[in-house]
Design a binder for this molecule. Structure first.
Ligand code: SF4
Length: 706
């Protein structure tokens, strides 16, 4: 059917009649005037009498100025964002497409591939800046102020109730000035140092019910009961780690209160960040001796096989997930191992469901398959891994060269990589010794040092045997030794496909398929979720995931490796070096007795001396006590060693962290643990629950205001 324009307009007019009937307040002439016969108007919008209203729409995006800033929460992505300002107010945020233009101090630039960055949180951060719950001035808990005004009397149970230490959160927060807040806090520290120092202090702590080992750990200094947490300080060392500098300066207070000299003075206890948040992958130091393996996320695009093991690269890495998407676009294969089918599984080539906490068994089963079927790079395994090292089967310890070779003298070079670059000391070398392999060329044991890796091993003319059991004369007796490879064969005998399926519930065909993919695709990266670092078998799971990568040489190359992605470490640090001085340690632990007050002093002139001792906040979150158990057979056992022994927490200072919200067992902490703390000071940009339950809250600027 063909319809002329005139017919169409006529039909519209008829339709409008119905509308007019249904709704008498509308006259068709009001809105169809441009269509009326004879009007001769082709485009009604062009004839609209006034278009001023469109300015409202256009003006929404008008701005007076724009500036870049770095978003710096604990996700550590450190995105550069643009803030658009109008009438002195940030009205919106936007993308900065200049990643390729600016450089670090050495002139290194990123590529345009980094554009754009930031997530919705960066785009809306001005709403945090201007939010009604923004902390804009210091606040002090009314009951705490009354306690301070009463001269900080020693807190008995009655006084704790009187001054509402047991009802923080229900008390009133009053506004105070900065100067007033600082004076109250300083006086509080002094009073508490006096309450808990010396024999009298120890007696009080003991009477309050703290474990005797904790009381001893104070070393008689009340300042050791002060805890400082510079929250995620590497995101802004000067600001956030200032808390640790203050903790170090508590040595001055101790010197004054106890009348000791600087050699005896004790600073505060510094609370950790990394381990408390569970960022540490516990098994990784077992494998390579380093704290954690992390590479920048842009490395993802080089992978040809990405295995997400309890990891969600789709949703959890916000701005950086585009590197993962890019790798998909380049044709990489994606495998997801999780108990549940979620967002990452939807992107996977195949998804291996398994029972929680059984990942280690899965990777051990895969390793067995790869070893049995010869799916490994023998050359890499011999040159770069410890699989060929000989192990004594009588002690299950690695055979040391000095045990086997009388008068053994190590040829570890003083200018080799271990000593020159890795800081391996003579004392450590003395303790650890050198190792022994079975050389296939000479059919005899040969000593190797830490430097005999890769080409250096080849240059020595050693061809280590992978599989073997030998008998050696050690210390006048026959001792059986085996290669680590052979011991793994024994260990992995328990991880046949049926057993792995029974433990993990993972489909057998997918286990085999992953083993084959790991063996044939290169480079491979396994990404393990931070979450599973926190739970059972985490150490074994971290270690087992490395095995297939060690077999195939997927270590130390772009797109390869095993990473946990607890952080990206994109924030800039000023590290220590022989030519710069102590680096940020000079800031957090500058000797308070010998401060360098010259504003032009070279970093090397700063004298660092830590008077503090580190402490794991998990003990505070464990009822402020170490791990003490009553056993039927041995009675009371304190299982926390001296190196990790916490002290009673009497003053707590934290910044840039919602500490109480992070802690487990909120009710227990707020009702039973924190009431025993006499001063809680928090520094925050907004009114968090931790500030609500603090004695003093100090406002901070946010990262867009720096
Ligand atoms: S990912 Fe989002 S929240 Fe994280 S730094 Fe970038 S913009 Fe900020």
């Amino acid at each position: 059917m063909s319809l002329s324009r005139r017919d169409f307009l006529s039909a519209c007019a008829t339709g409008a009649s119905f509308a007019t009937l249904a709704s008498p307040s509308f006259d068709r002439k009001d809105w169809l005037w441009a269509f009326l016969p004879g009007a001769g108007i082709e485009n009604p919008l062009a004839h609209y009498p006034t278009r001023d209203w469109e300015r409202i729409h256009r003006d929404q995006y008008r701005y007076d100025s724009v500036f870049p800033w770095v978003c710096s929460p604990n996700d550590t992505h450190a995105c550069r964002v643009l803030a658009y300002v109008r009438n002195g107010v940030i009205v919106r945020m936007g993308s900065d497409y200049r990643y390729q233009d600016y450089a670090d101090l050495y002139g290194n630039k990123a590529t345009a591939k980094w554009n754009p960055r930031q997530c919705a949180k960066g785009f809306t951060f001005h709403r945090v800046v201007y939010a009604p719950y923004r902390l804009k001035h210091p606040v002090m808990r009314k009951g705490w102020k009354e306690w301070a005004d009463a001269g900080f009397p020693y807190l008995t149970d009655d006084l704790r109730s009187k001054y509402k230490f047991d009802a923080r959160g229900q008390d009133v927060q009053v506004r105070v000035g900065w100067d007033e807040a600082f004076r109250y806090i300083a006086r509080g520290y002094e009073a508490l140092a006096r309450h808990y120092s010396g024999d009298e202090g120890k007696k009080r702590l003991t009477a309050e019910g703290y474990e005797p080992e904790m009381v001893e750990a104070t070393e008689g200094a009340g300042t050791r009961c002060f805890k400082f947490r510079g929250g995620m300080g590497l995101l802004g060392v000067l600001g956030k780690y200032g808390a640790y500098r203050l903790g170090n300066s508590m040595a001055l207070l101790d010197a004054k209160v106890r009348g000791v000299d600087e050699k005896e003075a004790k600073g505060a206890r510094n609370w950790s960040n990394y381990t408390w948040h569970g960022d540490q992958a516990p098994g990784q130091p077992f494998v390579h001796g380093l704290q954690t393996s992390e590479c920048d996320f842009n490395d993802l695009r080089f992978s040809k096989l990405i295995v997400m093991d309890g990891k969600n690269l789709v949703e959890n890495k916000m701005t950086d997930s585009h590197w993962f998407i890019e790798c998909m676009e380049r044709g990489a294969k994606i495998v997801v191992i999780t108990p549940e089918y979620g967002a990452p599984a939807s992107k996977a080539d195949y998804f291996i469901p398994l029972r929680p906490s059984t990942d280690a068994a899965l990777f051990l089963g895969i390793t067995r398959l790869m070893m049995e079927r010869g799916w490994y790079d023998a050359d890499f395994v011999k040159r770069f891994t410890d699989f060929p090292l000989l192990v004594r089967t009588d002690t299950l310890e690695r055979l040391r060269a000095h045990e086997l070779f009388p008068g053994y003298r190590s040829d570890l070079a003083p200018d080799g990589p271990s000593k020159r670059w890795q800081g391996f000391t003579d004392e450590e070398h003395e303790k650890l010794g050198d190792f022994v392999v079975w050389d296939a060329k000479t059919n005899a044991p040969r000593a190797i040092t830490r430097d005999d890796v890769g080409e250096r091993l080849v240059a020595k003319g050693i061809d280590p045997t992978l599989e073997g059991k030998f008998e050696l004369e050690i210390g006048g007796k026959k001792v059986e030794v085996q290669t680590l490879w052979s011991l793994y064969q024994t260990h992995l005998a328990d991880y046949d496909l049926d057993t792995v399926h029974e433990i993990t519930h993972a489909p057998k065909d997918l286990v085999e398929r992953l083993a084959q993919d790991l063996a044939t695709i290169e480079p491979v990266a396994i990404h393990q979720g931070e979450g599973i670092n926190h739970w059972f078998h985490a150490t074994e799971m971290n270690r087992a995931a490395y095995l297939p990568l060690l077999l195939t040489g997927n270590i130390g190359k772009p797109g390869a490796g095993c990473h946990t992605w607890a952080g990206n470490y994109k924030a800039a640090l000023f590290q220590g070096s022989p030519w710069t001085g102590p680096g940020f340690k000079g800031w957090v632990a500058e000797d308070p007795f010998h401060l360098d007050l010259d504003p032009h002093a070279h970093g090397k002139d700063v004298h660092a001396h830590a008077f503090t001792k580190d402490e794991e906040p998990a003990y505070w979150n464990h009822g402020d006590r170490p791990l003490v158990v009553d056993t039927p057979k041995f009675g009371r056992l304190c299982l926390t060693g001296q190196t990790h022994m916490p002290t009673p927490t009497k003053a707590l200072f934290f910044n840039n962290v919602n500490l109480f919200n992070n802690a487990k067992h909120a009710y227990e902490m707020l009702k039973n643990v924190n009431p025993r703390i006499a001063m809680i000071v928090g520094v925050e940009i907004q009114m968090t629950s931790s500030i609500e339950y603090a004695d003093v809250g100090l406002p901070a600027n946010s990262w867009v205001e720096l």
